[in-house]
Ligand binder design. Structure first.
Ligand code: CP
Length: 296
């Protein structure tokens, strides 16, 4: 039984082994579809999700598991039950893995110290979203073969993004150059220590990118007087058709979802020829099947 709490600490060989395993979990691949037969996996989501929750559910079910879907809404959390009491009670019903999303950074790490089953981090606060980074790297690897020497530009709300943090760690480990771009108010202090370069203006770095990963502007975490406003952000950093035209031929457009259409990403670009956004989602099932196979 192993946990997946973050990309931090993973070596290149560990990541490549997981991504190699995920290849066998693609539709028509050689991986067994019954490794979790007779087991139960629990989705434990204290925060909302569309992609991550359904993808883990699909991954578990197509490996033969039953899936318990627990969400905080409608639960005894409203009566004051604690995180640890909640997860211990869910564990007592018999799952072999808890797939946890929580708004507090470090919540899955705390849970992992208090339960016997596997704990998989499905996104904790502004900290990490490791399965998202692995599926993003998997998507890029399927396009490029290797990531060495490639430039991935991550644009937008880096400050609040667990996706950015896990992706920087994962992409750097695989040999890519990572540039983060956004207004100074949305770039966390010390992000360079993870190996990312920082750009405050989009135009100079856009033509250098082999892939541009747009991130959702997390307006729910900002005050009304926050700079930039949604409109300013869109004008300065939004990937619209004109800016997409400045990208290299063959460069890819990514987004972890959910998209604020027309803010960080124009609909024509999100749905255009460069976009691999739905490939990311499809690949997520194979990657999460591999994660469950390794952890359980
Ligand atoms: N990418 C991602 O985490 O999406 P959800 O919030 O819908 O799970």
């Amino acid at each position: 039984m192993r946990h997946l709490l973050g990309i931090e600490g993973w070596r290149r060989a560990d990541i490549e082994a997981l991504l190699d395993r995920a290849e066998a979990h693609l539709p028509g691949g050689s991986a067994s579809s019954s490794v979790l037969q007779g087991r139960v996996v629990a989705n434990v989501f204290f925060e909302d999700s569309t992609r991550t929750r359904t993808s883990f559910e699909m991954a578990a079910k197509t490996l033969g598991a039953e899936v318990l879907n627990w969400t905080a809404q409608g639960s005894s959390v409203s009566k004051g039950e604690t995180l640890l009491d909640t997860v211990r009670n869910i564990e007592a019903t018999g799952p072999v893995a808890l797939i946890i999303r929580h708004r507090s950074s470090g919540a899955p790490h705390l849970v992992a110290r208090h339960v016997r089953c596997a704990v998989i981090n499905a996104g904790d606060g502004t900290h990490e979203h490791p399965s998202q980074a692995l599926l993003d790297a998997f998507t890029l690897r399927r396009h490029w073969g290797r990531l060495d020497g490639r430039t991935v530009l991550i644009v937008g709300d880096i400050l609040h993004s667990r996706v950015a943090r896990s992706n920087i760690l994962c992409l750097k480990a695989l040999g890519a150059r990572v540039v983060v771009c956004g207004p100074p108010t949305l770039i966390p202090v010390g992000i360079e220590q993870l190996g990312a370069e920082v750009a405050l203006h989009l135009e100079p770095v856009l033509p250098q990118a082999d892939a541009v990963m747009c991130l959702r502007l997390q307006t729910e975490r900002q005050s009304e007087s926050f700079f930039p406003s949604t409109r300013e952000f869109s004008r300065l950093y939004g990937l619209n058709a004109a800016r997409a035209g400045q990208m290299k031929a063959g460069a890819l457009v990514m987004h972890p979802g959910p998209i604020n259409r027309g803010i960080e990403l124009a609909p024509a670009v999100a749905d255009g020829a460069r976009s691999v956004i739905l490939e990311q989602v499809a690949n997520g099932v194979a990657v999460r099947r591999a994660i469950l196979e390794v952890c359980v």
